[in-house]
Structures are given as structure tokens and as C-alpha cells.
Design a protein around this ligand. Structure first.
Ligand code: UD1
Length: 353
């Protein structure tokens, strides 16, 4: 069986890592990797392939950045011929980016079965481009692999349960493996300064693309008491420059995007995480570091239990929420035990039966 994975953005490389390893373990399977080129900077792309030992992509569509239509359209235009040349039995798409919807739409039009990994997540906020990508991908895919019971319940509500399976969360597989590998090392910034610190990332369009909102988020981070290591996604850097907002200042020290191992180590050493990333909310939870999410909703409802993750839509409330007491109860186990990738591949192989 030939499985073709379409990836393009940083979180998809993380999800691809355990899937590529699992496919490689099974001699009856062939894996073709297509990189759309949505993310292309060394530290947003190649660093992840190197860090995880993922085989080099068989195809790179090199679409680069652009408006949603331009970027997604360029992927669609180039995927037809890639699918025609590689003739996969199944196309596997990951998460909720423009690369996800393009990979799925192109395959479905050619009659190739599509599997959506990380299906069923919903923010119920149609202003988020990711929400449109998720909903559309779930509705056109043939097999939906859900990470949690909540995701399964969302799929049921939309009448999609007939093609849905609960497999667990592959990001948990990666996160726990890397945690075990780095746990013996001294956390990077704790080592530098021996001071408690906050790790922050902000990159969602709804936070970066409105100058008033971005300015108030940056101001709130700068006003925190503890040092804030702000790991700056290129979207944040470019929007801040465009709006004349200086990121450095007050508590903020900026950093270039980390590779995954460095990120996990830094989360483990942090007093708290402030983010609008879906993946980082969950990683903080898995690593038992309290998280504050700068959004009005989250797709990962389970992280909110017992206060491990708290939503903060108003920047004026950031200080109070970040400085809340540490949760008393241990985190839950809704994201599985780190063995989701094997279940994913079992389900894909089972499509043939
Ligand atoms: C995309 C995903 C988002 C995901 C995020 C992870 C969509 C709609 N959004 O958002 O769901 O959480 O990836 O990072 O697909 N840029 C660079 N170098 C790069 C990549 C991007 O400089 O390697 C800059 C460009 O200015 C670009 C901007 O970042 O215009 C945004 O990149 P884009 O891929 O459009 O969206 P993300 O914000 O990264």
C-alpha cells in the first residue's frame, strides 16, 4: 500500500515524524512525502526534518507565502501532477492549514481516498481560517481520525461518525518521547539565568493582524514581572515591523523560532506558557506547565480542566491570569498514552479490508 502524506507548515512536520517512523517499520507500506513549501525558512521547516530524522520530501511544491487564495490555489495547481506521477492508494492530510485543505481537495477530485488526521477539532469560530480548513477537510475526506472523545463528539454532531475513528493524539507520541529524551538536561533558560521565566508565542492572524490588538498583547507581555521569552514566528515579526510595534522591551526578550527539542526543554523549565498556538497549549499541558491561551476559545477543551490552561481574550487580564496559583490536581490523560501512530496506521491499512 502506498500512503502519500501532504505537509507544509511547522506543526505538520511534528505530526509527520511518528507517522513516518511507523510506516517505515511496516515492510508492506510505501511512503511518499509531499512538502507544499508553505513554510520554507530553515528554522520553520528543514530543522524539523533534521531534528526528527524524517526522510527528505519526495516532492517540494515550493508555493511559499501569499494570500489564502493564492497559496492554496498554487498548491492545488501543483498537486494534480504529483498525484498522477506517484499514484498513491491513499492521501493523508494533517491538521488544519492551507496545505491540509489543498491536499484533501486535490485528491478527492481525482478519486483518491483521503484520510484526515486530527479530525473533528472545532473552535466554532468561522473567522479563523483554520476552522474553515478543518470543517471542509472533514466533510470531503473518506476516513476521519480523531484525537479525542471531544473531537469524536463534534464529528457525530455533524453526521460524520460513520467514517470516524478515535485513534488518540499523535502529537502526544512525539511530545512524550522528546520529553523523555531531554528530561535529563538542564532547561535552557533556567540554566542561563537561574530565574523563573515565561515562554510566549503569538502567531494567529486574529492576534497579529490587527495593530490595536497586537499592540495591547505585546504591552501586556512586556508588563509581566518575570522575564518573558517570546519565540517569534515570522508572521509576528513581520506584522510588528509593519505596524511600528517594538517587541523587545520590559519583560520581553525575543528569540528566533526553536526546533522541537529546544521548545520542549524550554516549556519544561518554564513557570508558565502564554500562547495562541493549538499545539503549544497541549504540549504545556502534557508537560505540566500552566498555560494561558490568548484567545476566546480553544479546540483542546480538555486542557482547560482544573485550570492547567486558562483562556485570556483580554490582554488587560493577562497579568492576573498568568500569576494564578498552580493547579492542585494532576493533569488528565485525555490525549492518550503516546501510542496513537500505530493506531493511525492500523486504521489506514484497514481501509482496504
Ligand atoms: C500557518 C497555519 C496555522 C498554523 C501555523 C503554524 C494556515 C491558514 N495557517 O499559519 O494554522 O498554526 O501555520 O506555524 O495554513 N513566513 C516566513 N517564513 C516561513 C513561513 C511563513 O517568513 O517559513 C511568514 C510570511 O510572511 C507569511 C507569514 O509568515 O506570509 C504567514 O505564514 P502562513 O504559512 O501563511 O501562515 P502561518 O501564520 O504560519
Amino acid at each position: 500500500m502506498k500512503i502519500l502524506s501532504v505537509v507544509g507548515a511547522r506543526p505538520q512536520f511534528v505530526k509527520l515524524a511518528p507517522i513516518a517512523a511507523e510506516i517505515n517499520r511496516r515492510s508492506s507500506l510505501q511512503h511518499v512525502i509531499v512538502h507544499t513549501g508553505q513554510h520554507y525558512d530553515q528554522n520553520m521547516s528543514q530543522a524539523f526534518f533534521d531534528g526528527f530524522g524524517i526522510p527528505a520530501p519526495d516532492f517540494n511544491l515550493e508555493v511559499g507565502s501569499g494570500t489564502h487564495g493564492v497559496q492554496t490555489g498554487a498548491m492545488l495547481a501543483r498537486l494534480d501532477s504529483v498525484y498522477a506521477v506517484s499514484r498513491p492508494d491513499v492521501v493523508l492530510v494533517y491538521g488544519d492549514t492551507n496545505s491540509t485543505i489543498a491536499g484533501a481537495l486535490s485528491a478527492v477530485k481525482l478519486g483518491i481516498p483521503v484520510v484526515h488526521l486530527e479530525a473533528g477539532l472545532r473552535s466554532f469560530n468561522r473567522h479563523m481560517p483554520e476552522e474553515i480548513n478543518r470543517v471542509a477537510t472533514d466533510h470531503i475526506s473518506d476516513l476521519l481520525l480523531a484525537p479525542t472523545e471531544t473531537a469524536m463528539s463534534n464529528l457525530r454532531t455533524e453526521g460524520l461518525d460513520g467514517k470516524s475513528k478515535l485513534v488518540g493524539d499523535v502529537m502526544t507520541d512525539v511530545c512524550l518521547q522528546v520529553r523523555d529524551a531531554v528530561s535529563k538536561k538542564e532547561p535552557k533558560f533556567r540554566n542561563d539565568s537561574y530565574q523563573p521565566y515565561i515562554l510566549a508565542t503569538i502567531h494567529r492572524a486574529e492576534n497579529t493582524d490587527d495593530p490595536v490588538r497586537l499592540k495591547s498583547i505585546v504591552g501586556a507581555l512586556q508588563s509581566l514581572e518575570k522575564p518573558v521569552y517570546l519565540v517569534a514566528h515570522p508572521r509576528l515579526t513581520s506584522r510588528a515591523r509593519e505596524f511600528g510595534i517594538t517587541l523587545e522591551g520590559g519583560a520581553i526578550v525575543t528569540r528566533q523560532p526553536f526546533d522541537y527539542q529546544e521548545l520542549i526543554s524550554t516549556v519544561m523549565g518554564a513557570e508558565g506558557v502564554v500562547t495562541d498556538s493549538g499545539g503549544l497549549q497541549k504540549e504545556a499541558y502534557l508537560l505540566e506547565t500552566p498555560c494561558t491561551t490568548v484567545r476566546s476559545e480553544t479546540e483542546w477543551l480538555e486542557t482547560l480542566e482544573d485550570g492547567w490552561n486558562v483562556l485570556c481574550d483580554k490582554p488587560s487580564e493577562l497579568d492576573e491570569i498568568v500569576n494564578r496559583d498552580r493547579p492542585e490536581f494532576p493533569r488528565g490523560t485525555a490525549f492518550g498514552d503516546g501510542n496513537a501512530s500505530a493506531a493511525v496506521i492500523d486504521e489506514i491499512v484497514g481501509m482496504r479490508g
